[in-house]
Design a protein around this ligand. Structure first.
Ligand code: NAD
Ligand code: WQD
Length: 344
């Protein structure tokens, strides 16, 4: 991408109506960057677009469609002055991926391949890719650094691993032509401070924080804590929870970095601050003023005891660091979950 005034940048945001994508659109707007959303709404609602308009003051440019639609992508790149792509579109439920591997490889791997081929044909070679800490092999050594060994234990994780590999091979085949950031997200939590957008799972939440939020509102009776016999400070699982707006701002920082750094960038986007399940429960009780009843149950198969990010490389290269703590994540999540702002 030739260095341009940021206001002229048009960023294609695939999956931009989703949880992280919608928050990243807010961050792009705040950075003065223009964006175009492509989403097929398989895991999001159209109402997100109206809420983005309320938050940013401008209706988002939007195309409904599938990232696997070759003809649509060709039209999209020929009709819009796209300078870069942030690729969020994909499926992300680990358990579902074990039951439906081909659906995950089709959407996440074939979808990414179709997008890359369309970018190559259109000579748009700046990409930010939604990778995941799930690509790291289990490690007794923590925190995780970007040069640690990679592996996966489920089709979802392998799909991220494969796309990371595709991107590395592409950079090697066309050295200096591409500007690619592989962003390895840890555990995104929270919501925009307006309470107008947030994580909106379409069925029973797999992840901890939306489940806790639904216990707080009475939608769920109690939290099942998957094991308290791990070798961790309080026996429950330890993760690196990062506010979704910090994550969003990390994407803007990555885009800015790519404007002056061709090649392949791989960074963790985490806080570097480990937190347990019970830490999250206590923080959410403070934020909501509501008790979160829980019961200890058996470990969830496939869960690791603990992992968190070494976040120093993103700070060193991008000048980005997560700013918001667990209490802020829970306060913003509660405002979204309690629906106060949504109903206003
Ligand atoms: P999400 O499901 O909220 O958002 C994904 C969006 O992509 C949805 O709006 C969905 O409708 C859309 N989509 C899916 N397949 C599509 C397709 N083929 N064509 C067009 N649109 C499509 O998920 P999210 O939490 O915002 O995650 C975004 C990305 O980040 C995903 O790639 C996910 O794997 C990755 N990621 C998420 C987490 C997490 O914990 N949320 C962690 C690490 C990485
Ligand atoms: C966090 C902690 C659970 C729910 C997953 C995906 C990963 C990435 C992020 C996409 C663990 C415990 C959870 C519950 C619980 N997604 N827990 N009761 O498993 O770290 O990561 O989301 O890339 O790929 O694997 O997140 O929120 O499911 O679990 O006790 O009802 O909370 O055991 O310790 P996880 P999570």
């Amino acid at each position: 991408m030739h260095p341009k005034q940021e206001r002229q940048l048009v960023i294609l945001v695939t999956g931009g109506a989703g949880f992280i994508g919608s928050h990243t659109c807010v961050a792009l707007a705040e950075a003065g960057m223009q964006y175009l959303i492509l989403d097929n709404f398989c895991n999001s609602r159209r109402s997100v677009l109206d809420r983005l308009a309320r938050i940013t003051g401008a209706a988002p440019a939007f195309i409904e469609g599938d990232v696997r639609d070759v003809a649509l992508l060709q039209r999209l790149f020929s009709e819009h002055p796209i300078s870069a792509v942030i690729h969020f579109a994909g499926l992300k439920a680990v358990g579902e991926s074990v039951r439906e591997p081909l659906r995950y490889y089709d959407n996440n791997v074939a979808g990414s391949l179709t997008l890359l081929q369309a970018m190559q044909a259109a000579e748009v070679r700046t990409l930010v890719f939604s990778s995941s800490a799930t690509v790291y092999a289990e490690s007794a050594v923590q925190p995780l650094r970007e040069d640690f060994p990679l592996s996966a234990t489920n089709p979802y994780g392998w799909s991220k691993f494969m796309v990371e590999r595709m991107l590395a091979d592409l950079d090697q085949a066309e050295p200096g032509q591409w500007r690619i950031a592989r962003l390895r997200y840890f555990n995104p939590v929270g919501a925009h401070e307006s309470g107008l957008i947030g994580e909106d799972p379409q069925d029973v939440p797999n992840n901890l924080s939306p489940y806790i939020a639904q216990v707080a509102t009475g939608q769920r009776e109690a939290l099942s804590v998957y094991g308290n016999d791990y070798p961790t400070p309080d026996g429950t699982g330890v993760r690196d929870y990062i506010h979704v707006m910090d994550l969003a701002e990390g994407h803007v920082a990555a885009l800015r970095y790519l404007q002056t750094h061709p090649g392949l960038l791989t960074v963790n986007l985490g806080t570097g601050r480990p937190a347990s399940v019970l830490d999250m429960v206590r923080s959410f009780e403070r934020a909501s003023g509501r008790p979160i009843p829980y019961r200890i149950v058996a470990r969830r198969p496939g869960d690791l005891a603990q992992y968190w990010a070494d976040a120093s490389l993103a700070e060193q290269l991008l000048g980005w660091r997560a700013q918001r703590d667990l209490d802020r994540m829970c306060a913003d999540l509660w405002r979204w979950q309690s629906g106060a702002a949504q109903s206003a």
